[in-house]
Write a new protein. Sequence first.
Length: 139
Amino acid sequence: MKSYRKELWFNTSERVEFINITGEVQRAVDESGIKEGLCLVNAMHITASVFINDNESGLHSDYKRWLEQLAPHEPLNLYRHNLTGEDNGDAHLKRQIMGREVVVAVTDGRLDFGPWEQIFYGEFDGKRRKRVLIKIIGE
């Protein structure tokens, strides 16, 4: 069995942002040479997420609105975490809701998705550098 590791780095211009990383993940699969296996993609920061869904702008807008309703950024004193000097208590909760990672089957050298599925990086406390790990195992 072979394994391949790659990191993607992001520094978003917005506090909350969704970035389609499907193409970059497929490029990592191509670089790995693995034809059959599994591809793990996970956010390596506790205020960011990786998730699979549709690449539709209305849905992404709905996500942002829904997440802000569930865990609003302000007032900052809403979160005990922010008493530590941070201002990102909401981002930790948003990450928990959206998830840390995804695993996608690799079949014949391609990410094996259902209809409309794509991989996204979700940023909830942006404007600083963060990374995503891609780990591919298989033959």
